[in-house]
Design a protein around this ligand. Sequence first.
Ligand code: NAP
Ligand code: MG
Length: 496
Amino acid sequence: MSHKTHQEWLDLAQTLSVPQYAFIDGQQVKAESGATFTSINPATGKALTDVVSCDAADVNRAAAAALRSFEDRRWTGQPMAARKRIMQNIAEGLRTHAAELAVLDSLDMGKRVVDAFELDVPFSASLFDFYGEALDKLNGEAVAMDDGVHATITKEPLGVVGAVVPWNYPVDMAAWKLAPAIAAGNSVVLKPAEQSPLSAIRLAEIFADAGLPDGVVNVVPGFGETAGQAIGRHMDIDTLVFTGSTGVGKLFQRYAGESNMKQVWLECGGKSANIVFADAEDLQKAAESAAFDVFFNQGEVCSSHSRVLVQRGIHQEFVALLRDISERYQPGDPLDPASGMGAMVSAEHTDMVEGFIARARKEADLAAGGRRLKLGDSDCFIQPTVVDNVRPDSELGQNEVFGPVLAVIPFDTEEDAVRIANSTQFGLAASVWTSNISRAHRVASRLVAGTVSVNATDAFGAQTPFGGFKSSGYGRDLSLHALDKYQGLKTTWISY
Ligand code: NAP
Ligand code: MG
């Protein structure tokens, strides 16, 4: 892995060609309306480029191309070895273009370029390997039946998948949906977030170069209310996979109910709890992990453990550790490897995060950070912030900030910790730090969360399912279980 300097990343950002077009049926296209929108770099406040803004007419074109590609079997009809090779080519294509994709995401939404380069893009690439390797192992079942009947259960692709994704991990969120969707034999219409459309357009070109047939993946940049809604209401889109806010997730349920009753799978927000017991083996490690998990990616992470529940006996010590460690996460130019964090995605989002901090300060204790910063021409930067003695039922104890703001909640007993951890509308993830193995099992079994990490914070990997309970959504990304969203069971009953 090459280690570029700040200057080398700046040079690459200068020379990069920035994608602008929708990608439909293997072609770069403009919107039928001719509309465009401006993509802004939040770290500088400057316009990057004007991007095609798709609406219902363009979604129609994309869905028709996807349906054609599905019905004529130009993808599913290929030998499995050929499809697997194309998935591997895609993975390789992502690796080859990792620096370029990383810069696009960094410029578009403010994340540290090195994180995109070293973590986001390689992880996305690994998913095309993982699902490519799985595609010839999706066996069905032969069923035990009465004499004279042979019955099988096979897993069938659904047809056209609509995928609508957020801006916090533009490459990853696209890859988490696309890799299993196409491995299972579907065609896709993908809408990236309006704040971060660039890398998704580039991905579509990489797919084409890798040999994926035209129409199998189509990308329609645009706004949620136009392009997103048109996907949600489209009569030829069979299933809808979404990552984003709980509020917009509910809209997709409505769109489905008011159109063709398409399946809707939702990965939504969270307010994950990180529980640190006084008997944790290594408090320093727990504090480093807690800080990383809320400051990485500017805290713009759905599974960010934005509540740390600390047992009373170690509370003061732990907050002191957090205060020290938070110093490492001071924001700076996202293209500078030395920056601890990048820029928040937009001025509006920065306003929102600032508002949360200002209200929390009136009723809890600011232990670190708390300020919005202006760096160069942009004021989309927030200090790594720790708020202590947060009431579990307060705004900061309940609501997702999607920013670098850690709420510290002291607790007394194990019983209290579990009750507080489970007391929000969300159930995405939770973590427990303890050296008592009975306690680890007891608490893990009672936490309502899609993933519980023990002596780790927010662990995940390609092999394990990711997703939530309660208002965090349903359906799982990653692992072989993600394929359930992209396949339907078919019974074939043969009398003989
Ligand atoms: P968002 O506002 O819900 O947007 C997500 C996507 O939905 C975007 O593509 C957006 O388009 C689109 N959209 C917005 N309004 C729509 C509408 N009326 N109809 C159809 N589509 C619409 O979420 P966000 O602010 O981008 O992302 C932050 C949220 O995502 C947080 O709540 C976070 O927890 C969640 N998230 C969850 C996970 C997970 O796996 N559970 C992962 C990452 C993020 P526009 O770009 O045009 O708004
Ligand atoms: Mg942008």
